[in-house]
Every structure is written in structure tokens, then in C-alpha cells.
Design a protein around this ligand. Sequence first.
Ligand SMILES: [Zn+2]
Length: 341
Amino acid sequence: MKKLLPTSTAGSLPKPSWLAEPEKLWSQWKLRDDELISGKQDALRVSLQEQHHSGIDIVSDGEQTRQHFVTTFIEHLSGVDFEKRETVKIRDRYDASVPTVVGPVSRPHPVFVEDAKFLRAQTDQPIKWALPGPMTMVDTLYDAHYKSRKDLAWEFAKILNEEAKDLEAAGVDIIQFDEPAFNVFFDEVSEWGVACLERAIEGLKCETVVHICYGYGIKANTDWKLTLGSEWRQYEQIFPKLQQSNIDIISLECHNSHVPIELLALIRGKKVMVGAIDVASETIETPEEVAATLREALKYVDADKLYPCTNCGMAPLPRDVARGKLSALHAGAEIVRKELA
Ligand SMILES: [Zn+2]
């Protein structure tokens, strides 16, 4: 990006109430068949228009065509049985009934490529596309076939690489891998998590991002945050490994979090998508609050490497709140851009 401090979102944006039940994750579609296909496309157009209108520089589909950031991708793979369910603990935090890996996993067809082509046709701005990361995918399944988190993650990494290459060919400028699991399984991140991520981006020419965070503003996550103490130092354990990796950009939560901002020094040299919008609160940040977070980050990130962003996805928020937060992000970045000029 030539523009200084280009803004973007971490991923999801609220869906219109005619498409899916609002203000919740995993909400059911309200349309079916052909109506659902065109409804998703209309929602994508609206989401894009809202990003344009708010002055967001790197735009996305707002994840309007998917029900969930991990599950929707997995639904399109073979080797996973969604009828056969087991209860597992996700991210060591909450129990969930999850599908079972019953055989070798593969991607019979591209998953998001048609959606990405559709988005590409609607805008000339740079576009970013989010995919789940291999470790986070493994962490949402019961594995009755590979019986090894590492082996399953490696297979997913190969599949993600196929999808990423097709997305790149469809004109996606930045591909993001969502790895909230990196914040929990530190030993595995070192042992195989980063290696799987690098396998997923192998051979790509477009820019790549890993998004790590403390999750959506859902109860399981806000309860977990209460147990983390006054200083959240989780990033400290994984940053050195990410700093040495081939990933171009690291996307993380900064605003209203207890992450000591000086930890950003551990990833010096990388581009950083700095979360300056709290997605766990319905209070809309002022532009000055956004600017304050960015100024703090600028102590550790060079200005040409700083990408103002949201802490995480905004799918569960009311639409007017999400719109207000997008505008605040734009206005806050503009304040700091003027100061730097
Ligand atoms: Zn996130």
C-alpha cells in the first residue's frame, strides 16, 4: 500500500436481518436455495458499500457468505462427517459439539473463489480475504482418523494453500489466516503451528496475514479474559517465532486489551494490523481514542508498516454500532496520518 496507515477490518461484519438472525454467531440463514445465493451477494454489496462509505482502504466481503469463520470452510471439505458429532473443549475454554474427521481430508472444489471473484468485480480497492488457520481448524474438530493434531494441521495447510492460490488468481491482494488458537497452545505453535502456516502460504505472491486475537465479544471469551490477569502476555510467547516466519503481516488486538503494547517490539520488521477498535463493546470509540492507540503502536511499529484495524470480527454487533466503529477507525487513522505528514 502506498497510502500511509491504510485501514481494514479483521474480518466479519454484521449481516442484514433479512439474511440471517442478527447479533449472534452461527445464526441460521433466513433464505434458501437461489434466494440465499442472491441474498448473500446483495449482503456482500451492502457490506462493501458500508466499508467504502466509512473510508476503509483495504476492503473485504465482511464474511457475508459464510455462517462461521472456521466451520463454513470445513463444510466444503471431504473427510469430515458433520452428522457424526463429539463434544470437545475448544481452545481449552468451552465445550462444543463438533464434527468428526473420518478419513483423509481434501478439497474437492474451491470454497470461496467464486465469492472472491464477485467481490473483485465490485471494487478497485485492495481486497483482503480471510481463511481459517490450520491449528484453529484442528481445534474445532474431533479427529478419529489421523489421531494427531500436527498431522491433521499439515493436511489442512496443504488444502489452504490450494485455496489461497486460487484466491490469489481471482485477484485477492491480501490473504489472511485466522489463528486465535495461537493464543492458547504456545508449545504447539512453536512445534508445528508456524510451520503449518508457512506451508499454507507456500508459493504465494500476494501479501499474507496471520490474525491472532482474544476472540469475538461472546461470553466464553469475555469470561476467559477475566482469568488472564491484569497483563496479557500471551503474545510474548509466539511473537519471536512469528517474527522469524515468512508471514508478511501480523494482525492483533490492541485497543481496550491488557496486552502490554511494548510486546510489539518483538515483531519489529513485520507489518502490523493494529486492532484499534474493541469488538467486545458496543461503545463506539472516538476518533481520538483510535488515534491514541495508533500513536502508542507507532512507538514500536514503523509508520509505513502500521495498518489500523479492528481487534477482531464484528459479526455479533448491531449494524449501526459496527458502522460507527468503521467511521471512527477511518477518522482516527486520518488524525495520525496528518500528524505524520
Ligand atoms: Zn479475531
